[in-house]
Design a protein around this ligand. Sequence first.
Ligand code: GDR
Length: 327
Amino acid sequence: MARVVITGVTGQDGSYLAERLVAEGAEVHGLVRASDAAAAASDALARGVVLHEGDLGDEDGLRRLVDEVEPDEVYNLAGISSVAQSWREPVLTGRLSGLSVTVLLDAAARLQDRTGRRVAFVQASSSEIFGDAAVSPQDESTPVRPVSPYGAAKAFAHHAAAVYRGRGLHVATCILFNHESPRRPTTFVTRKITSAAARIAREGSGTIRLGNLAARRDWGWAPDYVDAMVRAARHDVPDDFVVASGTTHTVAEFAEAALRRAGLGDDWADHVESDPEFFRPADASVMVGDAGKARRELGWTPSVTFEEVVGRMVDHDLELAEREAGA
Ligand code: GDR
């Protein structure tokens, strides 16, 4: 039975990944912050995850976790995941999403040396490492040139992963483009839109205040991206893999699709406003990934289209709004 450590187990990807690995019969250990521990405990019990309270900023604690569990696979999904937040807390972002990755990589490499067993490590890398890329679509050879503190932290971690791969650790990076689900918090634009669309549909009026409506992103379905990470961990050759749908849409198009799904099709534009408050100091204008390498080498394919991602999220939020109204 595989023993697995997941950092960020309470997040969108971590929870899907934990469910999948538990269903496969793996022994899954998850790192949770003290502040999330109580809430996570009830969920984790249902998911069959062994929780370990800890913090990415605590180097000794991270090393102890790896030493004690002696995992076959480590999935590093924890960190500050919001680009917008990284502009407010750049130093913390660098520490948690950048430096702490080195601690985990180093602990995994030492474990491998000590036990002589392969330790597979997957780093959740990000399309944000490419910044405002000069080429489109972006692939594994696109220059790393971030434009946000989050992107810089992820770029550091991405390079650190390659360093430890060179040292003999089985490190794969999945360069994840945006991936969504009903488990997304509303701090991200997709869920902000779908939850607002459901509220507007329910109340009959209202607007969604957004930032840059022209930003183009490559939005996929989160469980598909988790599947890519598992494939990367178990692939013979540790490598970098872009994980993306290959299609790109503007924020305005996402809003239109969501409002249409919620039954507000014809006058969808009346429900959307652009507000300078939500613009970022710098933001990539077009992101779209070429996942050809993941398709060829990992046999990975995305299974859910853009329209269906939007549809599933809106349907979930309509149901939620209905339940809350009835409560
Ligand atoms: P992103 O996701 O920054 O790409 O990072 P987010 O959903 O926050 O933004 C996507 C795009 O939408 C624009 N935008 C807004 N964003 C937010 N949050 N709120 C708004 O009101 C709004 N209006 C427009 C943004 O400027 C941006 O262009 C996500 C995270 O999951 C990262 O962890 C991950 O690494 C990357 O995707 C790939």
